[in-house]
Design a protein around this ligand. Structure first.
Ligand code: SF4
Length: 216
C-alpha cells in the first residue's frame, strides 16, 4: 500500500474506532503507578486482563512498594500469581526486575524504551505499554495478538512478527495516536475481529476493510 493512501485510510479507521470504542481507550490493567503497570503488563502475557486484575488486587495490597519485591523469593509470589499461565517465569522476572530497577535505575521505573527493554521479562510490547500509559509517551506501538490479527486483515500485512507490524504502522499512523491505536485494535479484536472468527457484519470498518466478508 502507498504511504499516502495508507495515511488516509488509517485516519478514517482511527476516527471510526474512536467513535465506537471511546470508552476503551486506556489500559484495562489496574495500577496506581509505573511499577504496578509494569508488573501487571508482565503478568498479562497470555492471560486475560480481568484475571490479571484479580491477581494484582491481592498482590499490590500485600506488596505495595517496589522495594517489597526486591526482598521476596519468587516462590513467595507463586501463591498470588498461580492462576495465570507461565506464572513461575513471571514471578521470577518480577523479582529480577525489581532488583534491576534498584541497581541500575535508583529504584524508579525508567521512562525510556532502551532502558526498559534491559529489564528481565520486559520486551518492546511491555515497554511501549508502560511508556504510553504510565508516562504518556508515544515511543513505539505496543502490538499484542489482537493487534496482529487486526493489522493483518486491515492492511493485508501477512506477518505475525510484532516488530515488523509495529514498524509498518509507525510509518503512517500519526505519532499522537500510537498509544490509542493499541487500545482501539485490542477493542476491535476482542469485539468483532477475533482470531477465530470475523463478525464483519457488525464491524464499523466493514465497508473499507479489504478482508471484510460483507459484499459492497
Ligand atoms: S471488516 Fe471484518 S476483517 Fe475487517 S476489521 Fe472488521 S471484523 Fe475484521
Amino acid at each position: 500500500m502507498r504511504k499516502s493512501s495508507a495515511r488516509g485510510k488509517i485516519k478514517e479507521v482511527l476516527s471510526r474506532l474512536k467513535r465506537r470504542y471511546r470508552d476503551e481507550m486506556e489500559t484495562s490493567l489496574h495500577h496506581r503507578n509505573s511499577w504496578e503497570l509494569l508488573v501487571a503488563t508482565m503478568l498479562s502475557a497470555q492471560s486475560q486482563d480481568a484475571q490479571v486484575n484479580k491477581v494484582t488486587s491481592a498482590l499490590f495490597k500485600a506488596y505495595p512498594k517496589i522495594d517489597d519485591y526486591e526482598r521476596i523469593k519468587p516462590t513467595t509470589l507463586y501463591r498470588y500469581v498461580k492462576t495465570l499461565g507461565l506464572y513461575r517465569n513471571k514471578a521470577k522476572n518480577i523479582v529480577k526486575a525489581a532488583k534491576k530497577i534498584r541497581q541500575d535505575f535508583n529504584g524508579k521505573v525508567p521512562s525510556s524504551l532502551e532502558k526498559l527493554v534491559t529489564i528481565p521479562g520486559v520486551g518492546r510490547k511491555t515497554a511501549n505499554v508502560v511508556l504510553a500509559n504510565a508516562f504518556g509517551m508515544n515511543v513505539g506501538i505496543a502490538i499484542d495478538t489482537h493487534c496482529i490479527t487486526v493489522a493483518n486483515r486491515l492492511f493485508l500485512l501477512k506477518t505475525n512478527n510484532a516488530e515488523k507490524i509495529e514498524r509498518a504502522l509507525m510509518e503512517f499512523v500519526p505519532r499522537n495516536d500510537w498509544g490509542n491505536l493499541t487500545h482501539l485494535f485490542i477493542a476491535l479484536g476482542r469485539d468483532v475481529c477475533t482470531a477465530r472468527t470475523k463478525y464483519c457484519n457488525d464491524c464499523v470498518l466493514k465497508d473499507i476493510c479489504p478482508s471484510s466478508t460483507v459484499r459492497k
